[in-house]
Design a protein around this ligand. Structure first.
Ligand code: BES
Ligand code: ZN
Length: 510
């Protein structure tokens, strides 16, 4: 009999719907701001301030030349720099915007994020009222500023006994009268979803097992018209999900398959999302190293991304049918754990020789992708912290993109660009595909160390029906920031993938 686990997760301590983001609103003037974020760009060889300069100079009083004073304080136009100037009653933060006044949404997202993150990090006797003044004129620019500002304000607080009182009281965004409230609301929905995905991913595995993540999703989605269906271990066995059951078999906390459905009237396209939900990846009998084990609570970042994106898609009322699967399991070692050498039967009947128990991600995804075919998607996208090999290839800030057709790659890359996330296409070659054969089963789950990200994608592709457009996003790198915060990206969980998925749904909406 398994020893009872601590009944650890008290959801009253952590309600995802109440992720602690400050209120954000459109403002017409600096008003009673305590901090104002402006930009500093180099234009035609000269430093140029972007933002409510005249209003600030008036506030500062006679004789203050804001630009000259900021430059004296060390303000630069170089991207990712910030300088601070205390004027009577207001603090001015000047963020470097680079050498052009032609600012993309991502330039603005970054600048707003750096400004707000910096404000939150300065010790201050009272909560701050921040105004972001970066001349956002189009809706896309305004949405990006709102996203950057809120994402930059993120802090992972639920597990601290003495929660910090919120350092930021409110965020105002100064924008042209043409920018709409709708763009602000969209920015808020997107940022909220990203922050919820971050929170779930930051939660340690003792506090977030498979059924806990399911309950979190249920509670997060309860006010939206999103169908929630959950298969427990008995239902999984009955329906033949041999991959999810094998991977989850070693844990005292049984696996789940979560299915969400957003089906608004008039939707013409069907997008199906699949996210890897390994709440802890010990590696199983192919046990990971001590160093790798330490952060493997984040191996459910793909599931967090698809669930959170579904929330934003429904909250924004996007006119596209979205079905979302999260195969959720904890990969542990015990008398019930699956072994290297075992042969597993996937939902579609494919038999798989399990070469290495640390390949658990592709095994649970195989079950979920095979099930997803039943929904006849127009586009099928999976998101997973799948391979260390992808990080070796692309580094920690760029995700891998693999597809079964080039048009789909373009569609996903376009969405990622709008969302401000970076993916790079890798190929699935016929040579790699030829490595899938096994001597004892239909497929083997691993070959050698060369092209590991490609092999994993080739394995997944086997479970996608012929003729279905499919994209695989390997977010092993960008899902977890091992370094200090940068831009609007905090240290640890980043919420990678959420914004691209929402933009993709938007591109398919009628
Ligand atoms: N969860 C890992 C992938 C990963 C590694 C994510 C590092 C984030 C950071 C995955 O389940 C895994 O263990 N993959 C193995 C596959 C190998 C055994 C073929 C890997 O990448 O080492
Ligand atoms: Zn693994």
């Amino acid at each position: 009999m398994a020893t009872p686990q601590q009944p650890l997760f008290d959801s009253t301590r952590f309600d995802p719907g109440r992720t602690d983001l400050p209120p954000v609103e459109l403002v017409k003037s600096i008003g009673r701001a305590s901090d104002v974020i402006v930009g500093l760009a180099e234009s035609k060889g000269r430093p140029t301030l972007v933002g409510a300069t005249a209003e600030l100079e008036k506030l500062a009083g006679r004789g203050i030349q804001l630009l000259a004073t900021l430059v004296e304080q060390g303000a630069q136009s170089r991207v990712d720099t910030i300088a601070c100037l205390n004027l009577p009653g207001v603090r001015v933060l000047a963020v470097g915007l680079g050498d052009s006044l032609d600012l993309s949404p991502e330039d603005l997202r970054r600048a707003a994020g750096i400004g707000v993150r910096h404000t939150a990090s300065i010790a201050s006797p009272s909560p701050r009222r921040i105004v972001v003044s970066l001349e956002a004129s189009s809706d896309a620019q305004l949405q990006a500023v709102v996203e950057g500002a809120l994402l930059g304000s993120y802090d992972f607080v639920p597990l601290r006994r003495h929660r910090p009182t919120r350092a930021i009281e409110s965020i105002g965004v100064l924008s042209s009268p043409r920018a709409s409230q709708q763009a602000l609301d969209a920015g808020r929905s997107v940022a909220h979803a990203v922050c919820v995905a971050r929170d779930w991913t930051n939660l340690p595995a003792n506090l977030l097992g498979p059924s806990d993540l399911v309950e979190q999703a249920r509670s997060y989605l309860k006010d939206l018209r999103v169908g929630v269906d959950v298969l427990d271990e008995h239902a999984l066995a009955k329906a033949g999900f041999g991959g999810i059951l094998a991977v989850g078999g070693g844990s005292a906390r049984p696996p789940r398959l979560l299915r969400l459905d957003w089906h608004p009237r008039g939707a013409r396209k069907h997008l199906v999302l699949v996210g890897k939900g390994i709440t802890y990846d010990s590696g199983g009998y192919n046990l990971k190293s001590a160093e790798s084990l330490l952060t493997m609570k984040h191996d459910m970042a793909g599931a967090a991304a698809v669930i959170a994106a579904t929330h934003a898609i429904a909250e924004l009322g996007l006119g596209v049918h979205v079905t979302t699967y999260a195969p959720i399991a904890e990969s542990m070692i015990s008398g019930n754990a699956y072994r290297p050498g075992d042969v597993l039967t996937i939902y579609d009947g494919t038999t798989v020789e399990n070469i290495d128990s640390d390949c658990e991600g592709r095994i649970v995804l195989a079950d979920a992708l095979a099930r997803a075919n039943d929904d006849l998607p127009d586009l099928l996208v999976d998101v997973a912290t799948l391979t260390g090999a992808c990080m070796i290839a692309l580094g920690t800030r760029v995700g891998g993109l693999m597809t079964n057709e080039d048009a789909t790659a373009d569609q996903v890359l376009d969405a990622a660009e709008i969302a401000g996330e970076e993916f790079w296409q890798l190929p699935i070659t016929s040579q790699i595909r030829s490595q899938l054969s096994s001597e004892v089963a239909d497929l083997r789950s691993k070959k050698d160390k060369f092209g590991g990200a490609l092999f994993a994608a080739a394995f997944l592709q086997h479970f996608v029906a012929d003729g279905t457009s499919w994209a695989h996003l390997d977010i092993a790198g960008p899902a977890w920031n091992r370094e200090a915060a940068h831009g609007y990206v905090p240290t640890h969980a980043t919420g990678a993938g959420v914004r691209t998925l929402i933009a993709l749904a938007q591109s398919m909406a009628s």
